[in-house]
Design a protein around this ligand. Structure first.
Ligand code: PLP
Length: 467
């Protein structure tokens, strides 16, 4: 317990103040009191510097968001210009601002054909929330009020709001929060490495489609509103479904008369190669949620893209003078929108998307190259989104004993070796480097990860567990 006077003492270190007062997202309260934070000081391109002056190669683009790299001056200028001219404009009461309008136009131009309407949010969680609210409104408006049940994938992540965390299927987001909600359901993830069907893509896809059909039949087709999925599951461990899975799920949703929501919060903006992951399969969802790469993490912003069918359903269903009661003070914030426009310019005219596609080949080679390490069971990825799954026994795909706390040790070792990645609970290394990386930086990421794994293998308990 710290007194207010103590809080104001200037000789308290920032780390102590952080420990005593700042609640960190997705962090163990007690664990954080012991371990403390790594305070970051500055960034340039692919590199971060912490307060101790340590240079860190960021193989995770912050939190899979800083896709254009750190220190892009043109983004800073765009934000500053807009702040000087007009720092805020509400979107309520028919007001608006040019950057929000232009950004909506640009997203409609760039996104799969048919997503014609854009609602701006503050990030990904409220994009998912907004999608659910609009879907609920849509089905009430078109006279199908029973259609309220939503289905998502096990190991999926859809944000941290109550509705989004309920659609998420990761234990930490449910435990202690009384989730999922009663209208939220999950079907198995198409996880090739952990499937007995591994190697038979067609069978994995067919089974996934059947699992969706079975769940809809169980709930009653007239009661099901939508299927939510990430084209590649991110926080669940970068699970890459077989090519064709997304298109097959789209066809199944159409046949079952349920909406498909593609949660592209991670996968959009070149992360998997094309501008949007849906594009690779020529697939148009009914709604698409975006955030992260939209403003490359420089300022908060997300969006929901909506098909004309859903938009018109809502519009026709409400009397002309009835307001659709969904909105936020900062929806379409002009500074965020100005940043978004500049970020989109950097992806396209600035060549960052093309660089990401080029260096993606090097990334794939890095993943393939590390597969021979004794601790590596699986490597997978698409574009610049990838994972290295560690196992105690390659032949049997045996997971490490949780008592080894390998994920924590992995992260800590990587940090000491100057590389930042995500270490998921199942000892899966998540990688999502910025699209501006050079070939040399890409090779350095994998060299540092290999050193990290070698260091761990020298520790007696881990060496004893491998084999
Ligand atoms: N959806 C997906 C697929 C995500 O990966 C995330 C965040 O990682 C979210 C939604 C939530 O976004 P935010 O953290 O911006 O609220």
């Amino acid at each position: 317990m710290t007194s207010p006077a103590m809080t104001l003492q200037s000789n308290r270190s920032l780390l102590e103040i952080d420990r005593d007062h700042l609640i960190h997202p997705v962090t163990s309260f007690r664990g954080h009191e012991t371990h403390g934070a790594i305070l970051l000081e500055s960034g340039k391109g692919m590199w971060l510097k912490d307060r101790e002056g340590r240079d860190l190669l960021d193989a995770f683009a912050g939190l899979w968001c800083v896709n254009v790299g750190y220190g892009q001056d043109s983004i800073v200028e765009a934000a500053a210009d807009q702040m000087r001219r007009l720092p805020y404009a509400t979107g309520y009461f028919h007001f608006g601002s040019e950057p929000a309008v232009r950004l909506a136009q640009r997203l409609v131009e760039l996104s799969p054909e048919g997503l014609d309407h854009v609602y701006f949010t503050l990030g990904g969680s409220d994009a998912v929330d907004s999608a659910i609210r609009y879907i609920t409104h849509y089905y009430n408006a078109i006279g199908k009020p029973a259609k309220k049940q939503c289905i998502a994938l096990e190991r999926g992540y859809h944000g941290s709001s109550t509705t989004g965390a309920g659609l998420t299927a990761l234990a930490n987001f449910h435990r202690g929060f009384d989730l999922p909600l009663r209208w939220q359901h999950h079907i198995p993830s198409p996880y090739p490495y952990r499937s007995e069907l591994e190697g038979d893509d067609a069978a994995i896809i067919a089974r996934s489609v059947q699992q969706l059909r079975d769940k809809v039949a169980e709930l009653g087709a007239d009661n099901v509103a939508a299927f939510f999925c990430e084209p590649i599951q991110g926080s669940g461990g970068v699970i890459v479904p077989p090519v064709g899975w997304l298109k097959a799920m789209r066809a199944a949703c159409t046949e079952l008369d349920i909406l498909l929501v593609a949660d592209e919060v991670i996968t959009a903006f070149g992360r998997t190669g094309p501008m949007f992951a849906c594009e690779a399969e020529g697939m148009t969802p009914d709604l698409m949620t975006l955030a992260k790469g939209l403003t490359a993490g420089y300022v908060p912003m997300g969006a929901v893209l909506m098909s004309d069918k859903v938009y018109q359903g809502i519009a026709d269903g409400a009397a002309a003078d009835i307001v659709i009661g969904h909105g936020a003070t900062y929806s379409g914030h002009p500074v965020s929108a100005a940043v978004g426009l500049e970020v989109l310019r950097l992806y396209t005219k600035g060549g960052i998307l093309a660089n990401g596609q080029r260096v993606g080949t090097r990334f794939a080679a890095g993943l393939a190259g590390i597969a021979d390490h004794p601790m590596v069971g699986d490597t997978r990825g698409r574009g610049l989104l990838g994972a290295i799954e560690l196992v105690a026994n390659k032949g049997h795909k045996t997971r490490f004993d949780p008592a080894l706390k390998l994920a924590d040790r992995l992260f800590e070792r990587g940090y000491r070796n100057g590389v930042i990645f995500r270490a998921f609970a199942d000892n899966i290394i998540g990688l999502a480097p910025a699209l501006c990386a050079s070939d040399g930086e890409m090779d350095m990421i994998f060299a540092r990860i290999r050193n990290t794994l070698d260091d761990l293998l020298e520790e007696a308990d881990i060496r004893a567990a491998v084999g």
